[in-house]
Design a binder for this molecule. Sequence first.
Ligand SMILES: O=P(O)(O)OC[C@H]1O[C@](O)(COP(=O)(O)O)[C@@H](O)[C@@H]1O
Length: 349
Amino acid sequence: MAAPQTTLGADLEPPTTDLITLTRHILSRQRALGEEASGDLTMLLIAIQVTSKYIASNVRKARLINLVGLAGASNVQGEDQKKLDVLSNDIMVNALSASGKCSVMVSEEVDEAIIVGGSKGTYAVVFDPLDGSSNIDAGVNVGTIFGIYKVADPSKASVADVLKPGKDLVAAGYTMYGSSCNLVLSTGQGVDGFTLDEALGEFILTHPDIKIPSRGKIYSFNEGNSLHFYEPTNKYLESIKYPANGKPYSARYIGSMVADVHRTLLYGGIFGYPDDKKSKDGKLRMLYEAFPMSFLTEQAGGVATTGTQRILDVVPKNIHGRCPVFLGSKDDVEDLKKFYAAWDGEKKW
Ligand SMILES: O=P(O)(O)OC[C@H]1O[C@](O)(COP(=O)(O)O)[C@@H](O)[C@@H]1O
């Protein structure tokens, strides 16, 4: 008896012959800029792409090659560093230094800003080499987050080149290591998503021109902290969990910012890591978490706020500074902002 036919075969299209790889996409963006483009940003993004592929292969086989668990040291935030945190950091620092296009780096895993000696690099890169550390050993989605600033004068490159508001970023992105490896990038002309074809070793354009829905049905907060949340946050969460009309929102929280933001960009809704009575600045770091994710959210048509201020207008005072983060669909984040606007309580942000 013949095997029952699945419908899957019905609409399988022949493979495209016009493959848009990340490199081709970046080069076409450079060409679109004409004379203006020196090619430096292109080379830098290509270097970052290679680090994502290498980190992806190590994350995927981490349990097999004893790359899970602690590295035995802690970072400037007092967090115990995972082996993969340190490995991913070193992979990025080496590749960015060798690119010759980067003269300043800030990493979540390195206390001070790295000034690349003798570099004429016209860019500065801020990055979280492996975001979502608490999920690494369980094989749950983790990621790399990066933001790129222009360096005013490479010969005088300093930390001042990155202590700038997020709106000065020229590019931002993240790579998510999960069931598939996705790299999402913006150079200020919208947001595009790529999926790693492991066989080809190439990131292929699979999510062109990502536009976040204006309103979603999902909220993503660690409600385990709601005891400490300020009133506006709790009132907002109540309003979507017990709506006067319509269906309550659904909760989704992975605990890896890259994964929670990736889902929010694609499905809509709101992701939040508020400040609260216990942590006055919240948890997420401005330079290499809040700013790049806010840049991508705005480029995709969403909104990113501290509750009272546009995140991309915040001026960082130190390289590991933190700020409250609420980002996602325009209508959802505007709803949250109304609760903050109506509240006259005292708080830092
Ligand atoms: O466990 P919590 O308190 O909910 O925090 C989760 C948040 O912290 C982070 O893990 C912080 O990032 P790191 O893992 O890079 O330190 C985010 O990815 C995530 O959104």
